[in-house]
Structure formats: C-alpha cells, structure tokens
Design a protein around this ligand. Structure first.
Ligand code: FAD
Length: 462
C-alpha cells in the first residue's frame, strides 16, 4: 500500500470517530472544502477536517501528532496566503463551531472557534453591548484576536487580545486546556497576540463594552484630491486626538457593481473614515478642517454598533485578493507624497484599497497584564490590497502592493502587525525580540514537534 493510500485509510478511520467529517482529495466536495475566503489561496492539504466540537479538534490533533503530520486551523481563510499550498498538512476548519453565549451581567461573550464578528456583534447588541470587532463582518473572531485585533474602538479599549478573559485550547498533546490569568498563564500570554502556533483554540471569552451607537462614516473626495486630503488628515492625527476618535485615510476604488449606490459605483475616491464614541459635537470640531475641504459626500452620522461593520465596505463574499501591510512610524509630507504616487491617480496598477489607520491611544499603552502583543508601538497601520479575479492580475497586484510598501519603507516602524501581514515575513519583526524569544520557548514546551501550524509560524526553541 502506498503512503498516500494508507494515510487515506487512517483518515477515514478518524472520520468515523468524529461528530464532524473528514474530506479527502479526490472526493467530490474536496474543492469546495479546501477553499479559503481569500480565493487567491490555492490550498491542497492532505485532508480537510470539519470539526464540530472540542472532542473533534482533540481527535484530529492527536491523529496528526500520531502520524507525524502538521495540522493547521482555519476559521475563514481571510489570512490563508502565508500558509502556502499546505501539502501534506491536515487543514482543520472550525466554521461549524459557531456557538456564542453572552453574559450581560459580566459583560462577556464566550465565542466558539468558528464564529465571525457579525455573529458576536449582533448577539452582544441585543444586550446593549459592543465587542472589539474589526472592520469586516466576516473575519473570524479567533484568528483576528490571536493576532492582536485592531478595532475601530481600539484607541479607546485596546487590542482585542488585551480584552480576552480566558481561552479554551487543544494543545499538540491532544489535551483541552483552559488558559487564563491563573491557569496556564504562559500559554494564555502567548495566545494573546502570538498567533495560532500554540494550539487549536476551541473557544474564547471576550470582554464586551456598554456601547449601543457611534458617530461614524466617511468623508468622500475625488481621488485626485488625495494629496491635500491626506495631508489634512495627517495633521489631524498629529494633534491632541481623544481616544474616542479613530480616523482612517484611504484610497478606495469601487467596482461598477449594481448593489453600490450610483453616486459611488465604479468611482475612485480619497476617503477619510471617522469613528467616534461620545458627543458628535466633539468629533465635528475635530473634523472641521477636513469638512472645509469640501467632500463630495459626507456620510458621517449616528449609527448602531452592528451598522459599524458596514462602514469600511469590506467584501461580503469570498474574493481573490492580494494584500499586505506595515506599520508606519511617521508621516511627513514626503511619506504622504510616496503614498500618493504609488496608490493615488498615478499608481501603475489600480489597487482596490490602500488605507492608513490611525493607531495610538490604548492600542499603544503596554499594560503589564496584556499578552505577547502587548501594544502597537507605531502611530499608523497601512494595508494595501488588490482584487485578482483572474490569474494574470496576480503579478501586477503583487507588484503594486510591494510598490506602496517600498515607497513607505523610509518611514516604516520597527515592527509589523501580524494580522495585516499576508506574506511570509521574518517572524521576529512581528513582536519585540523579548516577546519573540518567550514565544519560541513556550512553543517548545507545548508543541516541541511543531504539530500545530499557523500562518505566521513560530519555531520552537531548540
Ligand atoms: C477584509 C479584511 C478586513 C480585515 N480587518 C481587520 C481589522 O479591522 N483589524 C484587524 O486586526 N485585522 C483585520 N483583518 C486581518 C484579520 O484579522 C486576519 O486576516 C486574521 O488572521 C483573520 O482571521 P480568520 O480566522 O478570519 O482567518 P484564517 O485565515 O482562518 O486564520 C488566520 C490564522 O489564524 C489562526 N487561527 C484561526 N483560527 C484558529 C483557531 N481556532 N485556533 C488556532 N489558530 C487559529 C491560524 O494560525 C490561521 O492561519 C482583516 C482582513 C481582511 C481580509
């Protein structure tokens, strides 16, 4: 019997012991099963396991370890690109584990491994509570939080990872553990910002906040006005901005699709997005210089927390895209010029979105109780992405993303942000040197044989 056949036979036996299912190469649903949200990721794992319970996760991990194989967890596949083709690896999908329990008194949510942000935001909103969701309704809560988690509420409340109360995780030995500040504190520290290298998370307990509405939306300008708009936005971010206000400077090119309103459909813009907690008058005062530039549309208004998930207009459905990001230490005029020349009207390839988020506030405060990514030590976070529905667009889109990154390199911060890294980066740049060495030691303790494979893997210290 060939190795492949014998592995297939063993995987079929694994399947019999699961509530979920195992789908193997050659089976009719394999192509659908191996698909990631990012359709540009072409995954060819040894098998896809759809787990339905912590028991399933433990069985799959034990199986992989016993076979000397690696296993990779995937919630949605938004950040699947750095995983590569996954040849010989078991892909464990958590999308069927979507349970959510809200405790309105304790203001917490217990969220199972496959939940996406809209699940949690909508469940919490019923109790007048908000979660530290990212910009997209369909990004996975676990992948996002393990990588840090930058919300538009983050300047006020910090990283999502800094607001985790407990983590239920299956480690490489097949054990389901609960990690919190009193139990398994090292593992708890590593999982909060260290990514998915330390185990397969089956559930997270997150803090929620008593927020029902915000003052948020977009100031829209024609893309040609990028230089002056981005300068004015940069000036705003350099002033005394309260933690309650988060803004984003962005180039956005919208597709000519019928479900967009006619006034923005198929057009390109320089945008300022604003998200404000508290009295709208305070935001209006801070945004006055940007409004004085005369946006063609002003959609900033009071919205509910679930509506917040739509402001940034992230894709609803799986889409093929190539993107990458970096953190920026400063934005002098020369950096704005560099951004405009590679992402604005003179860009050689029209990237769908190039955004720069203002960080700082609580995101930049390193609290002792925080995890491996204790804070983001940079004032700005850039992400550039191109849509690549056909293979011929991959090379120019990649080149365009790299051109933006290269142009901003002189102002790049020392560290990168894991969640906005969609290429294989030198690992050590994602954390402080001390945190990275700590992560390698914890990896060696909980997974010395490197069974658990994440998209930004941490090698165990030898
Ligand atoms: C449109 C879009 C909008 C985004 N907006 C934001 C934003 O506002 N703020 C922000 O911080 N980030 C944002 N991101 C980045 C996003 O947080 C990362 O891509 C994140 O990794 C996605 O998590 P996922 O579970 O959806 O993706 P996946 O690709 O499924 O997971 C990514 C990695 O997370 C780990 N992982 C996932 N589930 C588990 C698990 N159960 N156990 C262990 N490890 C696991 C694995 O290592 C996996 O490779 C955005 C990305 C996109 C594409």
């Amino acid at each position: 019997m060939s190795t492949f056949t014998s592995l297939s036979a063993q995987l079929s036996r694994l399947s019999a012991g699961l509530q979920g299912e195992v789908i193997l190469p050659g089976q009719p649903r394999f192509d659908e099963a191996r698909r990631a949200f990012n359709l540009a990721a072409d995954q060819h794992p040894a098998a896809v396991v759809f787990a339905e319970s912590p028991h399933d996760v433990a069985a799959a991990v034990t199986f992989a370890a016993g076979q000397g194989q690696q296993i990779a967890a995937q919630g949605t596949g938004h950040n699947a690109m750095p995983l590569g083709p996954l040849t010989g690896t078991i892909l464990l999908k958590t999308e069927r584990m979507r349970g959510i329990q809200i405790d309105p008194q304790a203001r917490t949510a217990r969220v199972e491994a496959g939940a996406v942000w809209s699940d949690v935001v909508n469940a919490a909103a019923k109790h007048g509570l908000a979660a530290l969701a990212g910009s997209s309704p369909n990004v996975g809560v676990i992948g996002y939080t393990l990588g840090g988690g930058v919300s538009f509420l983050g300047r006020k409340y910090g990283l999502s990872a800094s607001n985790v109360r407990a983590i239920e995780v299956v480690t490489a030995d097949g054990r389901l553990r609960r990690a919190d500040s009193e139990h398994e504190p090292d593992l708890f520290w590593a999982l909060r910002g260290g990514g998915g290298s330390f185990g397969i998370v089956t559930a997270l307990e997150l803090r929620l906040f008593p927020i029902t509405q915000l003052y948020a939306g977009i100031l829209w300008y024609p893309i040609e006005r990028g230089p002056e708009v981005l300068r004015a936005w940069r000036d705003l971010t350099r002033g005394a901005v309260p933690d309650e206000l988060t803004t984003v400077g962005r180039f956005l090119r919208l597709p000519p699709v019928p479900d967009l309103p006619a006034e923005i459909r198929g057009k390109s813009f320089a945008l300022i997005e604003a998200f404000h907690l508290g009295d709208p008058a305070q935001a209006d005062e801070l945004l006055a210089p940007l409004r004085a530039l005369g946006p063609v549309h002003d959609t900033i208004k009071t919205i509910t927390v679930p509506e917040l998930l739509r402001v940034h207009m992230d894709p609803d459905q799986p889409v093929a895209g190539l993107g990458d990001g970096l953190m920026i230490a400063s934005l002098p005029d020369e950096a704005i010029d560099a951004l405009v020349s590679t992402a604005g009207t003179s860009a050689r390839f029209p990237l769908a979105s190039v955004e720069v988020r203002h960080l700082g506030g609580e995101l930049g405060r390193h609290r002792r109780q925080n995890g491996a990514l204790g804070s983001l030590q940079a004032p700005y976070l850039m992400f550039a992405a191109g849509i690549t529905p056909t293979p011929d667009l991959k090379a120019p889109a990649t080149a365009a993303v790299e051109a933006v990154e290269d142009a901003l390199t002189p102002w790049m911060a020392r560290h990168m942000y894991l969640n906005f890294s969609e290429t294989s980066r030198p690992r050590a740049t994602l954390w402080t040197e001390r945190a990275y060495q700590g992560l390698r030691q914890i990896k060696a303790r909980v997974d010395p044989d490197d069974v658990i494979r994440s998209n930004h893997p941490i090698p165990p210290v030898q």
